[in-house]
Design a protein around this ligand. Structure first.
Ligand code: GLT
Ligand code: MN
Ligand code: MN
Length: 385
C-alpha cells in the first residue's frame, strides 16, 4: 500500500534530489551526483519521471560534442530505468549574466542571449520527450524600482513569450508552456508575483492557448495565499498545465520542504482537489531534502513526498465516502429549487420579480452552518481516529 505506480505520474527535477544542500550561509553537504546517477536514484525510489533545467544536464559551456555525449548517456539511463521526461526548463538565474534578469534585463544583449539559451534548451527538452516547458523567472525583478520600469518589464516578458511561442510553432513542437510565479527571492521583488498575476498576463499573449501555469505550493504560501484556491482558479481556466508540490512555513524564505510535511490540512485539500477534478498531469515534487541528510536521507525525502501524496489521496476517498461528512455537505448545499426563477442568466422580467421578492433576512441570518462539526470530522479523518 502507498507504493508509487507509473500512473501516479510522480516526477522530480534533477535539481531536487540532486540538491547538494548549499545555502546562503553554508557550503554543499552532499557530493554532486551525475544526471545518470540521479536517474537511477529516482528509479530506485519508484518515481515515474525526471525533469531538468538545460544546465542540470549540459553544463553552460559544454561543446556540441560534449552535449551529444551527455545526452546519449542520459537517454541510455532513461531507457534502462523506464523513466520519462515530462517537463523541461531553462536556467535563467544561476549565471552572473542574469544578475539583472533574463527576458526583463535592462541590457538588450542579455535579453537576446536569454532567448537564444531558451531556444536551445527547448530543443533539448523536446529531444528528450518533454511535453511541458516551464518558465520560472527567478531573476525577473528588482531590488530598487529606480532601476526598471515595471510596465516595460511586463512588455519585455510578453515579447519574449510571444517570440518563444512562435519558435515552438515554427518547429512544429508538441509543447505547452507553463509559467511559474514567485513573489520574491532571489530578487527583492519578482514581476508577475502570483499565479493570479500569471493568469492575467497569459491572456495578453499572442497565443494564450499554448500557455498555462505551473503553480508551486511554497511560492503562493510565501505570499500568504491559499494555494489550493490558486490551483482551482488555474484549473477552472483550463490553465493547470503542471504543478510543483512541496511545503512551506508562510512568511519565510522559499523552504521547498518535503510535500505535506508542514500544513497537512492544506496538503489534504490540495490532493483532494486534484483527484476530484481528475487532474492528469505530472505530480512534480519541487522540493529538496533537509541539509542534515546524506543520500539515504534524500531517498527518504523522495519516498516521503510520494507516500504522503498517496496517503492523502486515500484520505480524500474516505472523505468522499464518509456518511456523516456527506450528509452534512448535502444539508449545507440543500436546494429546493425555490430560487431558480430569480437566479441564473439575467432577464429584465427576472430582475423585476427579484426586486419585489420578500426575504426573511433575520431567519436566513440565524442559520448555523455546521462547519465546525464538518472540519472536526475532517481532522478526525486526517488524524486517523
Ligand atoms: C528553482 C526554483 C523552482 C523552479 C525551478 C524551475 S528552479 O529551484 O526554486 O521553484 O520551479 O526553474
Ligand atoms: Mn518550482
Ligand atoms: Mn520553491
Amino acid at each position: 500500500m502507498f507504493t508509487p505506480r507509473p500512473e501516479d505520474k510522480f516526477t522530480f527535477g534533477l535539481w531536487t534530489v540532486g540538491n547538494t544542500g548549499r545555502d546562503p550561509f553554508g557550503e554543499a553537504v552532499r557530493a554532486v551526483k551525475s544526471p545518470v546517477e540521479l536517474v537511477h536514484l529516482l528509479a530506485e525510489v519508484g518515481a515515474y519521471g525526471v525533469n531538468f533545467h538545460d544546465n542540470d544536464l549540459v553544463p553552460i559551456d559544454a561543446s556540441t560534442a560534449e552535449r551529444d555525449c551527455i545526452v546519449h548517456d542520459f537517454k541510455a539511463a532513461l531507457e534502462e530505468t523506464g523513466l520519462v521526461v515530462p517537463m523541461a526548463t531553462t536556467n535563467l538565474f544561476s549565471d552572473p549574466v542574469f544578475r539583472d534578469g533574463a527576458f526583463t534585463a535592462n541590457d538588450a544583449r542579455v535579453r537576446a542571449y536569454a532567448l537564444q539559451k531558451t531556444m536551445k534548451a527547448i530543443d533539448l527538452g523536446v529531444e528528450l520527450g518533454a511535453k511541458v516547458y516551464v518558465f520560472w523567472g527567478g531573476r525577473e525583478g528588482v531590488e530598487t524600482d529606480a532601476a526598471k520600469d515595471p510596465v516595460k518589464a511586463i512588455q519585455r516578458n510578453r515579447e519574449a513569450m510571444n517570440f518563444l511561442c512562435e519558435y515552438v510553432l515554427d518547429h512544429g513542437y508538441d509543447l505547452k508552456l507553463a509559467l511559474e510565479a514567485k513573489p520574491n527571492e532571489p530578487r527583492a521583488d519578482l514581476y508577475n508575483p502570483t499565479t493570479g498575476h500569471m493568469l492575467a498576463f497569459i491572456e495578453t499573449l499572442d497565443h494564450p492557448q499554448m500557455v498555462g501555469v505551473n503553480p508551486e505550493v511554497a511560492h503562493e504560501q510565501m505570499a500568504g495565499l491559499n494555494f489550493m484556491h490558486s490551483v482551482a482558479q488555474a484549473w477552472e481556466a483550463g490553465k493547470l498545465f503542471h504543478i510543483d508540490l512541496n511545503d512551506q512555513y508562510p512568511g519565510r524564505y522559499d523552504q521547498d520542504l518535503r510535500f505535506g510535511s508542514r500544513d497537512i490540512k492544506a496538503a489534504f485539500f490540495l490532493v483532494k482537489f486534484l483527484e476530484d477534478v481528475g487532474y492528469d498531469g505530472p505530480r512534480h515534487f519541487d522540493a529538496h531534502a533537509y541539509r542534515t541528510e546524506d543520500y539515504e536521507g534524500v531517498k527518504d525525502f523522495a519516498r516521503g513526498c510520494m507516500r504522503t501524496y498517496l496517503i492523502l489521496k486515500e484520505k480524500a476517498a474516505q472523505f468522499n465516502a464518509d456518511a456523516e461528512i456527506q450528509a452534512l455537505l448535502e444539508e449545507i448545499n440543500a436546494c429546493d429549487g425555490g430560487m431558480d426563477s430569480y437566479t441564473g442568466a439575467y432577464s429584465p422580467e427576472k430582475a423585476a420579480d427579484l426586486r419585489t421578492a420578500r426575504f426573511d433576512r433575520a431567519a436566513l441570518a440565524r442559520r448555523g452552518m455546521r462547519y465546525e462539526r464538518l472540519d472536526q470530522l475532517t481532522i478526525d479523518l486526517l488524524l486517523g481516529v
